[in-house]
Unconditional design. Structure first.
Length: 372
């Protein structure tokens, strides 16, 4: 999409001599059409705030603070530009959201108002800047030869690929990357000591690496190799490696601790591979803002625009207490697909790991659309 916009604008400038102001209008028009298509494709029902369980009991002032934080990035979208400007002058969250937004309840393709809410967190890995006997698993930067292209040959690979013999081809799979550790196109940020923890970092999209001297490196999502994400859970169930009761981050890790020879067999069924960048701050989502624990969601951006306030009804996976609160869609994930599907960001630390690893709860979702 970005490449198409750039090509369109370059051609317009070259042949018509448009000003910067006209180019900006062209971008806004394209964004507006794209967002309107997204809105039309959603299965949603107009409702009111009194029909949303827990809305008025939530800390809406805090929700407003999170919305303002994420507005630093989402205000570039036509849908949120005006509302983000208004938010900067507001302190009363209840008043702000009621006056400026219209809630819609989401439904799936089967007309159900319930979906699955999972969790994710910011993992802590232990590493070194040099490869050693203990620290031997690389965290890679974006490859030098990875390209993003609108070429039709890459349409099934998220438009990611590389050039081989003057031809564009899909980028390497996870197994191919693992099998070629001396690839000159791959630079290493650090080496870590646990292969499954590294896989978890790929799934979560960002995390922290603690070096031997105690220094912490924040790493965030940089790019992806273009291959679709395949969850390892179903495969492990089919093979009898874990039971349904053991199906959690913790249960899977325990299996690999006891069966280290199985790790490559299992992990390589997922062709997807994530490349990272060093970041100054903590976990950042696809929106580009630093994620807020228990207030940001990863969603399917085909149905929910990044930056959208989303009210969530679900349960804590450990305590089973209700979670009814206003979140902001600030991230996406390869496994997050569908209208009522989200990943709840639990934050950093042992508690976040415990909750995220066990979370697979039913949930209802309401999007808050800015009034036009």
């Amino acid at each position: 999409m970005k490449n198409s916009i750039l090509i369109l604008l370059f051609s317009t400038f070259l042949f018509l001599g448009c000003s910067n102001k006209n180019e900006i209008k062209k971008i806004e028009l394209i964004e507006k059409v794209d967002l309107e298509k997204k809105e039309a494709s959603n299965r949603m029902e107009l409702t009111n705030f009194y029909n949303i369980e827990g809305f008025f009991e939530d800390d809406l002032n805090y929700a407003l603070d999170v919305f303002k934080k994420d507005c630093k990035r989402s205000k570039r979208y036509v849908l949120f530009k005006d509302i983000c400007h208004k938010a900067q002058f507001e302190t009363n969250g209840r008043k702000f959201f009621i006056i400026n937004f219209q809630p819609y309840k989401l439904y799936d393709s089967k007309s159900s108002d319930e979906g699955i809410i999972t969790g994710y967190y910011e993992p802590l890995l232990y590493g070194s800047l040099k490869k050693t006997k203990r620290y031997k698993y690389p965290v890679y930067k974006i490859p030098k030869n990875l390209i993003v292209s609108d070429d039709v040959k890459l349409k099934d690979y998220k438009l990611r690929g590389k050039i081989v013999d003057n031809k564009i081809v899909p980028y390497d799979t996870r197994a191919q990357i693992e099998a070629n550790p001396n690839n000159s196109n791959l630079e290493v940020i650090a080496y870590v000591d646990d292969k499954y923890d590294l896989f978890s970092l790929h799934v979560q999209g960002s995390g922290k690496i603690q070096l031997e001297n105690g220094k912490i490196i924040n790493v965030g999502y940089g790019q992806q190799n273009g291959w679709p994400f395949t969850g390892i859970g179903s495969y492990m169930l089919e093979k009898g490696y874990v039971t349904r009761n053991e199906m959690s981050i913790q249960g899977i890790k325990n299996f690999f601790i006891k069966n280290p020879s199985k790790i490559d067999e299992v992990l390589n069924i997922n062709d997807s591979y994530i490349f990272f960048r060093i970041s100054k701050e903590g976990a950042a989502g696809s929106l580009g803002s630093v994620l807020t624990a228990k207030r940001n969601l990863a969603v399917d951006s085909d149905f929910i625009a990044l930056g959208m306030p989303v009210f969530l009804n679900t349960k804590n996976p450990v305590t089973k207490q209700s979670i009814n609160q206003l979140m902001v869609a600030a991230d996406v994930g390869g496994a997050i697909k569908g209208e009522i599907r989200a990943d709840f960001f639990w934050g950093f630390g042992p508690e976040a790991f415990d909750y995220a690893g066990r979370m697979k709860e039913k949930g209802k979702m309401y999007i808050l659309m800015p009034k036009k």
